[in-house]
Design a protein around this ligand. Structure first.
Ligand SMILES: N[C@@H](CCC(=O)N[C@@H](CS)C(=O)NCC(=O)O)C(=O)O
Length: 218
């Protein structure tokens, strides 16, 4: 079976961004199939993915859906996706899992859109509580494990950074009030070559893939 990575619209699909980053961090070679999203329950996504969601990876007989499972699969191929130290690795898995399971209010109030400036929008008490928790996670992680570089665990952009990269994208688009540590981390993530490449992919997508409900928040 030829390796394939099914993805949604890069401009909107935060989970696809995570899966794509994991696959690239692992150096996996897979044909990338972008399926334009219809804004939920897309028939085209249902037709290709067992769960009806993207990202979905087929690789050497493995069929992997759920971005966190893709992260673990990729980490088996390139263990540097998680920190080498056991305690740091436990922390990385905990925050990646918290990201995977949570921050629903932020995700609803500030949907990912890589092509718009929605500065000031989406600030509800609930979304701002999520922002505060994310800032606390990033600050604690950087203070405990990040001394060697600009990412959560220092010099290496790893699976935990990949899980939070779409949050960085939301912070850039919606510009909620953020502390200096958060702003510096966001700048480092946005400048990472793989994150920059994903933004480029999004910028090159057909305008016809854009959905009014995500383009008219202002
Ligand atoms: N828990 C899943 C979430 C995946 C997900 O919800 N993906 C969205 C796109 S960002 C999707 O495929 N939605 C179905 C659709 O829009 O039709 C994961 O971690 O991969």
């Amino acid at each position: 079976m030829a390796a394939k990575l099914y993805l949604g619209t890069a401009r909107y699909s935060s989970w696809s961004m995570r899966g794509w980053l994991m696959v690239h961090l692992a150096g996996l070679v897979a044909e990338e199939v972008f399926v334009p999203l219809a804004g939920g329950n897309s028939p085209a996504v249902k037709a290709v993915s067992p769960s009806g969601t993207v990202p979905y990876l087929e690789h050497e007989g493995a069929r992997v859906w759920e971005s966190l499972a893709i992260a673990e699969y990729c980490a088996e191929i390139n263990p540097a996706l998680w920190p080498e130290d056991r305690i740091a690795r436990a922390h990385a898995r905990a925050i990646a899992s918290e990201m995977h399971a949570g921050f629903r209010n932020l995700r609803i109030a500030m949907p990912m859109n890589l092509g718009r400036d929605y500065a000031g929008l989406g600030q509800t008490p609930e979304s701002l509580a999520d922002v505060a928790r994310i800032e606390a996670i990033w600050t604690e992680t950087r203070e405990s494990f990040g001394a060697s570089g600009p990412y959560l665990f220092g010099a290496t952009f790893n699976a935990a950074d990949a899980m939070f990269a779409p949050i960085v994208a939301r912070f850039i688009t919606f510009a909620p009030p953020l502390g200096e540590t958060t702003k510096a981390y966001c700048a480092a993530v946005r400048a990472h070559p793989l994150v920059a490449k994903w933004y480029d992919l999004a910028a090159k997508e057909p305008v016809s893939w854009q959905l009014e409900k995500y383009e008219t928040l202002a």
